[in-house]
Design a binder for this molecule. Structure first.
Ligand code: ZN
Length: 279
C-alpha cells in the first residue's frame, strides 16, 4: 500500500536553504508530478531559518528521541511534538530535505527498510544514476523521517550553509519530482537489486586532553566521499605535519567527510559497507 498523503519538509536545519526554497518556490510545479496524492509542503524549522542557524535550541533532526522528556524552553522540542502529531494523523510518506557541506553528491538516506522506501530509492537511482542510497538504521527514532514507516531524506552537497547553491537546488528539485512521480504512479519493478551504503562506524577527530583538535582531515581524503578505502589509508594530518593512518579491514566507503554540522561532536566522517539488496 502506498500512502496517499506525502509530507515534504524543508528547512529542518535552518541554515540549509535549499529545502526551504524548494518547498516555497517549486511547490506548485512539484504538485503536478503527484496527481492523485495529497502533498503538503512544510517549513520544518522557521525560527532557525530566521536565525540562519542549524537550530535555535536543539537539533530538530535529533529532537524526536527526547519527546518523552519535558523541555518547555526548547523551541525544537515543541516543534518536534507538533510535527510528530501531524505525521501521526494518517499514513504518510515523509520526504525531508537537507544539504551537506561534505561532497556527498545526490544522496538518499533511508532509516527504515520498508519495501516501499527501497522501491522508491531504486527508482531514483534508475532515473538519476549518480544518486547513492545510504541505509542509516535509527532504532531510537531520532530523525524526523523515522516518525513514519514510509519516507526518505534527500541530502545534496557540497553546499555551504546559508547559501542557495544552484546545482544543489536543481538536483534537490529533480530528486523530489522523481520521488513524487514514483509515489503517484508506481513503477513495476521486478527482480531489482539496490546498491546501498550501510553506516557501520563513526570516526572522530584526534583530540588533546582539553578536547582541541590535534589534526585535520587529510588532503588526500578531503572530498572523497563514497570512494572505496581498503587496507591502510591516510585519514588525518596532524598540525605538526604527520600523516595519521587508519586501517580498513574490508572495503569501506567514507561519507560526511568534514561535514560542518558535525564539528560540535568532533565527528570527522562515517564509514559504510556497500551491500546489494534484492527487492
Ligand atoms: Zn540537515
Amino acid at each position: 500500500m502506498t500512502p496517499k498523503t506525502v509530507l515534504v519538509f524543508g528547512g529542518t536545519h535552518g541554515n540549509e536553504w535549499t529545502g526551504v526554497y524548494a518547498i516555497q518556490k517549486f511547490a506548485q510545479e512539484l504538485q503536478q508530478e503527484a496527481r492523485g496524492l495529497e502533498v503538503e509542503f512544510i517549513h520544518a524549522n522557521p525560527e532557525a531559518f530566521a536565525l540562519n542557524r542549524r537550530f535555535k535550541d536543539e537539533d530538530l533532526n535529533r529532537a524526536f528521541q527526547f519527546l518523552t522528556e519535558a523541555r518547555p524552553s526548547s523551541y525544537e522540542h515543541r516543534r518536534a511534538r507538533e510535527l510528530r502529531e501531524r505525521m501521526a494523523q494518517r499514513p504518510c510518506f515523509v520526504i525531508d530535505l537537507h544539504t551537506t557541506t561534505a561532497a556527498m553528491g545526490n544522496t538518499v538516506i533511508i532509516t527504515r527498510q520498508h519495501p516501499l522506501n527501497l522501491r522508491v530509492a531504486a527508482e531514483l537511482v534508475r532515473k538519476i544514476p549518480e544518486t547513492r542510497v545510504i541505509l542509516s538504521p535509527d532504532p531510537q527514532r531520532k530523525y524526523l523521517v523515522s516518525q513514519s514507516d514510509f519516507g526518505l531524506m534527500i541530502e545534496v552537497g557540497p553546499v555551504a550553509n546559508g547559501v542557495l547553491e544552484p546545482r544543489a537546488l536543481l538536483a534537490t528539485k529533480a530528486l523530489l519530482a522523481e520521488t513524487l512521480r514514483e509515489l503517484a504512479t508506481p513503477s513495476n519493478l521486478t527482480e531489482t537489486a539496490l546498491e546501498i551504503y550501510e553506516e557501520i562506524e563513526d570516526v572522530y577527530y584526534p583530540l588533546d586532553e582539553s578536547g582541541e583538535l590535534t589534526a585535520y582531515i587529510h588532503p588526500e581524503l578531503q572530498g572523497k566521499d563514497f570512494c572505496a578505502l581498503e587496507g591502510e589509508y591516510v585519514a588525518f594530518k596532524s598540525f605538526s605535519g604527520a600523516d595519521l593512518k587508519r586501517k580498513a579491514s574490508e572495503e569501506l566507503y567514507p561519507i560526511f567527510i568534514n561535514e560542518a554540522a558535525y564539528y560540535p561532536t568532533k565527528l570527522a566522517f562515517t564509514l559504510c559497507r556497500k551491500k546489494t539488496l534484492k527487492l
